[in-house]
Design a protein around this ligand. Structure first.
Ligand code: ADP
Length: 613
């Protein structure tokens, strides 16, 4: 059974592997399609867009953790390169205003204000405005500073203005304003204005280094998740360019980037390289495939090139979009045993247990049949031996009597009559013997059937007496019959009951001496009727009385045989009495005669038909 279970387990494992391999293949196809479609679609859609817009679109749609965008010639368009600082020649007024900053900030603010108002150069005016703002804040003129800032924010005319390093002036001014105390409402307005500018990738060209710096500053003051993702993307893109400048491998597919732990995927036409962090890549890959059709304890791993596949059950290449990657499917042992196998194992155990029980039952049955067969064989042998032996005696007697008659030349009438009488007796004996044999045979073959009716005990007695009357009427035998008046009916098969009584009367005759005194009596009560056969014969010891109802058991061997017995009479009586729901008992003493008493229950519902004498 163990071997069968192992084979079954292997077969199931094999089937599982095959089905998992097919599902992994579907997964691989799906992965390829998703990769190709998502990157190619993005590349096509973003064609013609400006670098910052491409970048923000990629991050907002979660195409990748970061991207770098290229133009048709392969030049980087996002993140843009840092602006080249302009050399600005300081005028006399500017130098004078600068020198005032260290001694009198208010005066410096006024000087910068004049510069702003009188300047015809927009950039110079913007820088003067920035310096004026700075001086006002530092001089504690917060409301004046905020008023100045507010008018610029409203007008929007300085939105694209840059300082000498190419940095946008307004966002820096907003951060500066946030350094100083202000009413909550005003602070909130300043915060929102800065956030809008930091997340704006469309209208103003933000130098990337300045945007990253301001984002970090903003994050340190106000935690904001949308900025977290954007800042991480900006930093990753910048680091990528830093690490792999000029040596970018532009082959399509998911490949290691020059940045450790970062994977890159170049779009088919090379306009976009999507960047992925190694730690979040598996989750991203898992999200690309359809809702798992695998059981919960089946695990799918995306194994990167060179990584160990562990104890995977099925390993499949991840396809052309992920060169060197593998899909590894592992299953917990519990699952393998747990799914079909444990069911099979328990069914095997059940089948095994049932088989054992059946085998035991069959063995018991076979043993019972064998014992019965042995008993039947013994019985048949006994019967054949007894029948042949018992039949021989009366037949031999009859043959002897007939031969004597035939050999007698002058037949004397009286002698002839005596001989014929003897022949008739032997014949009767033979008939009784054969009758008992047939009854016994029917009993043994379960062919003995009873025909129960409401019967008067007196009728049974009459019929039994009629059967033995001739013999018992002989001289030397006192035969008394005593039947109590108004006996209740019994439910009985008359013929069977007569056979039982005749057998008892026969025995009383056979096992009594010359001066026989046999009494057949019937008594009754409300509940039972008792038939007794009493003799004054040789009697039985108390030990023998227990065995005489066993078939073929004979106590008085010679006497029994001579009287035409074969040890079946009492067993037949007992069988008949039991079938009537009655009992038989014997009251006997060696040398002092015996009394056999049959007790039968009275009929509970008295039927109308009864055998009346
Ligand atoms: P059988 O044909 O030998 O008489 P039974 O079954 O009728 O067989 O009786 C079994 C034995 O019981 C007899 O062989 C005999 O030894 C003993 N037996 C039966 N009836 C009496 C009786 N009335 N008195 C003494 N012995 C009896």
């Amino acid at each position: 059974m163990n071997q069968a279970m192992q084979n079954e387990q292997l077969a199931i494992q094999q089937k599982l592997i095959e089905s998992y391999r097919a599902q992994l293949f579907v997964m691989q196809q799906k992965l390829e399609t998703v990769w190709q479609k998502s990157i190619a679609d993005f590349e096509n859609q973003s064609e013609g867009s400006a670098g910052p817009a491409i970048f923000s679109q990629a991050i907002r749609t979660n195409l990748a953790d970061a991207i770098v965008a290229f133009d048709g010639e392969g030049e980087i368009i996002y993140p843009p390169s840092a602006p080249v600082p302009k050399s600005v020649r300081a005028t006399g007024e500017w130098i004078a205003a600068q020198s005032l900053e260290s001694s009198d900030r208010k005066a410096a603010a006024r000087a910068y204000g004049l510069l702003r108002e009188n300047s015809t150069d927009a950039d110079v005016a913007a820088r003067a405005w920035q310096a004026q703002l700075r001086c006002l804040f530092q001089a504690g003129e917060n409301s004046a500073a905020l008023g100045l800032l507010g008018s610029v924010l409203q007008g929007g005319h300085l939105d694209t203005a840059k300082d000498a390093q190419g940095r946008l002036i307004v966002p820096n001014a907003l951060l500066l304003a946030l350094e100083f105390p202000a009413e909550v409402e005003i602070r909130e307005k300043l915060r929102a204005a800065l956030h809008t500018r930091l997340t704006d990738y469309d209208s103003v060209a933000f130098p990337p280094a300045q945007r990253r710096f301001l984002m970090r500053e903003f994050q340190s003051r106000f935690a904001n998740s949308s900025l977290t993702v954007l800042l991480a993307a900006e930093e990753l893109a910048a680091a990528y360019l830093e690490s792999g400048k000029g040596s970018l491998n532009r082959e399509s597919g998911l490949r290691p980037s020059p940045l450790p732990g970062i994977w890159q995927y170049f779009s088919p036409r090379g306009r976009v390289v999507a960047l992925y962090r190694g730690d979040t890549l598996p989750t991203r890959l898992r999200a690309m495939i359809p809702a798992a059709t695998f059981p919960s304890d089946v695990d799918i791993d995306f194994v990167s090139p060179g990584q160990e596949t562990g104890r995977a059950l099925v390993i499949l290449s991840a396809g052309a979009t992920m060169p060197g990657w593998h899909l590894a499917l592992s299953v917990s042992d519990v699952h393998l045993r747990g799914s079909g196998v444990s069911g099979r194992i328990s069914s095997y155990l059940w089948i095994g247990a049932v088989m054992v029980v059946i085998a035991v039952l069959l063995a018991v049955l076979a043993w019972g049949l064998m014992r019965r067969q042995i008993a039947l064989t013994e019985l048949r042998n006994d019967l054949v031996a007894n029948v042949t032996h018992e039949l021989k005696t009366p037949l031999a007697s009859m043959r002897l009597l007939v031969e004597t008659l035939l050999n007698t030349s002058q037949l004397n009438e009286q002698t002839t009559r005596e001989y014929l009488q003897l022949i008739a007796t032997e014949n009767l004996r033979l008939s009784r013997l054969i009758g008992n044999f047939l009854t016994f045979s029917r009993i043994e073959r379960n062919k003995y059937t009873f025909d129960f009716n409401g019967v008067s005990p007196a009728v049974v007695v009459d019929k039994a007496v009629a059967a033995v009357r001739d013999r018992f009427g002989a001289t030397g035998c006192r035969f008394e019959v005593s039947v109590s008046p108004r006996l209740p009916l019994i439910k009985a098969d008359t013929d069977a009951l007569v056979t039982a009584l005749v057998n008892l009367l026969d025995n009383a005759w056979k096992y009594s001496g010359e001066a026989r005194h046999i009494v057949l009596a019937v008594k009754g009560s409300d509940r039972a009727v008792g038939f007794s056969v009493k003799d004054n014969g040789i009697g039985l010891s108390s030990r023998d009385t227990k065995r005489i109802f066993q078939r073929f058991h004979q106590v008085h061997g010679h006497l029994s045989t001579a009287g035409g017995g074969c040890g079946l009479g009492l067993s037949i009586v007992q069988f008949i009495v039991s079938a009537h729901g009655g009992t038989i008992q014997v009251d006997s003493e060696a040398g002092r005669g015996s009394t056999f008493i049959i007790t039968l229950p009275v009929q509970t519902t008295i039927s109308g038909s009864s055998d009346k004498p």
